[in-house]
Design a binder for this molecule. Sequence first.
Ligand SMILES: Cc1cc2nc3c(=O)[nH]c(=O)nc-3n(C[C@H](O)[C@H](O)[C@H](O)COP(=O)(O)OP(=O)(O)OC[C@H]3O[C@@H](n4cnc5c(N)ncnc54)[C@H](O)[C@@H]3O)c2cc1C
Length: 290
Amino acid sequence: MTFGFIRPGTIREAIEFLSEHKDNSRIVAGATDVMVQMRSAKPAEEKPLWLVDITSIPKLSYVNLENGIVRIGAMTTHRDVARSAVIHDVAPFLADACLSVGSPQIRTRGTIGGNIVNASPAADSLPPLTALSARLRLISRKGSRDVALEEFFKGPYKTIIEPDEILEEVYFQAPEQSSCCAFLKLGRRESLAIARLSVAVLLDVDESGKISKASIAPGACLPMPGRITPAEEALTGKTPDEETVNLAAQEVGAEMIRVSGVRWSTEYKKPVACALTKRAIWKALGVDED
Ligand SMILES: Cc1cc2nc3c(=O)[nH]c(=O)nc-3n(C[C@H](O)[C@H](O)[C@H](O)COP(=O)(O)OP(=O)(O)OC[C@H]3O[C@@H](n4cnc5c(N)ncnc54)[C@H](O)[C@@H]3O)c2cc1C
């Protein structure tokens, strides 16, 4: 494959270049997805390309909390998200998700921005970010625009990002102090495994022990990230018990079939989606199922 390589030092330089070459350029962050995709590109897909490496733009790597809003720069690596004191404090399930990505090498290079823009249905950061109702800031020479994470995806590996846009940051409202959360991932093996299924659960529990708010977002079982409203409704206003949690978990399996239909994998995935959701809800609530 023929390609040119450019490494802008500032966001301004990067967006100027992208706007000039929007038809034949591609952003590269950690390159852990891009490299694999370029290697497996079929000859027919090959065309000269500018790779725009944004790793030298220091202003895109940060995690901060200001006025109740958590902001994560797109170039922040999974390792840095997983180690962030802010994330551990306000959304530990996002730290768990980033810690479950690949291997130490992949987490040290791979970025949260790349994970979002690559839009794999199995991307680990997406379920917690979806449960957090995260938003994205995109910038280009024309200015910036903010979109809800759930509106960003058009399908597997497809997003609404324009070729001249850079994802600058992902941000979300810090959950209430009273909230609890969990992320669980099931892969074909314990480590260095892409999710076969995952689920992120975020719950608010009031003083009487009732769930006042629930967000449930599975991964690797829907074409694109989304919350499961019927499962959330099954929990909201209830004191969690075996029956309520089971019902919510069943809704996740049912939604998977509603959206994706019955497939060869459904026989395995449906009960596993239910079991994983159940486990994640109890984990978030601090209850050991065993
Ligand atoms: C061995 C291996 C194991 C893996 N395991 C996992 C896993 O367990 N879980 C998981 O979720 N993923 C996994 N991945 C996939 C990958 O590591 C992640 O998706 C990673 O977060 C991608 O980030 P990156 O910085 O490397 O993105 P890149 O490869 O650089 O880019 C990915 C895509 O995003 C675009 N892009 C990147 N940054 C921006 C930006 N700021 N603005 C606009 N567009 C941008 C690129 O143009 C490209 O289309 C694995 C990959 C490998 C090779």
